[in-house]
Design a protein around this ligand. Structure first.
Ligand SMILES: NC(=O)c1ccc[n+]([C@@H]2O[C@H](COP(=O)([O-])OP(=O)(O)OC[C@H]3O[C@@H](n4cnc5c(N)ncnc54)[C@H](OP(=O)(O)O)[C@@H]3O)[C@@H](O)[C@H]2O)c1
Length: 270
């Protein structure tokens, strides 16, 4: 018998990649789930697998989170379909390789809405309830690209920098109310982002430059439940976060000149 009284975890972008791995990690720890993404079929498939494997409730909500009112609509849906969200995970994201001036305005606004406005509004709406209940956790997903501005991902990287610093400030505010905020800073992770025909995923994992989504998710859940401020999975990523900001900008410009990144075109996450 499924237990509606178990706490719910809300995961945005929960139907694939790191979000789905987080869903499995929380389900294995007996949490009920509310998964949000914009792929109805994928959501239904995940629901059926997660419920039958773990005996939990997995509700789903299909919505485009680049819409301005999406946080409010998710909040309203959660009132009836996931009564007490104990853990909020802001994970949904998209990666766009493109010079700013070459990016269509509509795409530019979408990435900023998805990475900044919507998760910020989610923290406000669900955080308010957590504050009233004097308990809860928020996990915000940033990226290793947050620590160093890099051309070609000028929208992606800095939007992840916002998420890192926002999480740090929110953490200080919410500490007073017994609500924990953790920021996940993954490096390269094996998800739909990487085309296995172009990238040798096995070698990348063997060399330690890429991790599986499961490893990243389990690291993140452990860090969250221990109330850690940040989670940077993998020693190489930890080293990168410390050392990358010291690289002078002329080196970055030189790498960029020789890089083929912009010719590879746009590749969207999810
Ligand atoms: N993979 C990496 O190397 C890496 C490294 C650092 C940080 N990250 C971050 O980790 C997070 C998860 O990425 P991932 O690698 O797991 O990629 P992914 O497998 O593509 O997952 C992204 C998730 O976000 C959802 N999403 C995208 N656009 C959406 C929209 N407009 N509305 C609602 N949901 C939307 C996708 O849902 P649909 O499938 O339904 O579109 C998908 O579930 C992102 O925030 C990303 O920036 C990833």
């Amino acid at each position: 018998m499924k237990d509606v009284l178990k706490p719910f975890v809300l995961i945005t972008g929960g139907s694939s990649g790191i979000g789905l791995a987080l869903a499995h990690a929380f389900a294995a720890r007996n949490y009920n789930l509310l998964l949000v993404s914009n792929q109805a079929n994928a959501l239904e498939e995940c629901k059926s697998i997660l419920e039958s494997k773990n005996g939990i409730i997995c509700n789903t909500f299909n919505i485009d989170m680049t819409a301005k009112d999406s946080a409010l609509r998710i909040f309203e849906f959660a009132q009836t379909h996931a009564p007490d969200i104990e853990i909020l995970v802001n994970n949904a994201g998209m990666l766009v390789f493109s010079e700013v001036v070459e990016t269509p305005l509509v795409k530019l606004e979408a990435i900023l809405q998805l990475h900044i406005q919507t998760p910020t509004a989610m923290c406000k709406l669900f955080g308010e309830k957590m504050k009233a209940n004097r308990k809860g956790h928020i996990l915000n997903v940033s990226s290793i690209s947050a620590v160093m501005p890099y051309p070609g991902i000028s929208l992606y990287g800095p939007s992840k920098t916002y998420m890192r610093y926002f999480s740090r400030a929110l953490r200080s505010e919410m500490k007073l109310y017994n609500v924990n905020v953790t920021c996940l800073i993954p490096g390269a992770t094996e998800t739909g982002l990487y085309d296995p025909n172009r990238v040798n995923l096995t070698l990348a994992k063997q060399l330690g430059v890429m991790q599986t989504a499961d490893v990243v998710a389990n690291n993140a859940v452990d860090a969250l439940l221990k109330n850690k401020a940040e989670c940077i999975p993998g020693w190489l990523n930890k080293l990168t976060v410390i050392s990358l900001p010291w690289i002078p900008s002329f080196v970055i410009e030189m790498i960029n000149r020789h890089s083929t990144i912009l010719q590879k075109g746009n590749k969207a996450l999810g």
